[in-house]
Write a new protein. Sequence first.
Length: 249
Amino acid sequence: MLLGAGAMLLALAAGAHYLTQPRKQQAQTTESTPAAEAAVSESTADSVEAAREGEEALKLITADRQRIQVILTALGYDTRGSDGTFGQRSREMIAAWQRAKGQTATGYLTAAQVPALLREAPAPAAARPSTPSASSPPNSRQAGAYDGVYGGGMSSSGFGQASGVVTAELSIAGRLLIGRITQPGCGNSSLSLTVSSNGDIYGGGRLYEGQDCSVGAFTATGRAAGGAVTLELRATGGSMRGSLGRRGG
């Protein structure tokens, strides 16, 4: 009888140990969760810091950063300006572009991502064979001779039944000119034009033209030469024209 009672006590003790063991393990798992989260956070911070150092090593000049901002905006990732400074908004848009490409969204560009982004510049909206000017023979310039970022004011006449000045920000890369016109009261209109080998600019698109910010078609003519771009946009209701200087050079 005593032997039976002893065996029963031993069995109960073993059962109690078995029942409490999972709770102990669960407590250990719970206690380790903050440490695991801290490790993940530290790893993410290290990745971002490494990405920052990697971008700094690229030695991007102001014109490079301006061109990247212009292209991001043209692709739908509005950096809200192209001053050549990658502030918080530009970093957010770089991260959004990286995320869309299935890459780690650090907000800092790698050596492989910079040319990949530049190659995504929207194609010109309209193109035609260039007509060489009398003063400049065809193919007298090497491809990329006009590359750079240009900006300044353009006089506006007839748009919205009023005259004034609009702001233009352009970027030329090879035969492609992209950019935007900022029209007070309406917002930004995107440009995507063609640049010929002798610097002639042509194409078309759509921009704000009415007091109610309605959109209409325009045709563009212009020329890149001497570190400046002269540009004229003509629409049904009016025209814009101006000379834009190259920035950073």
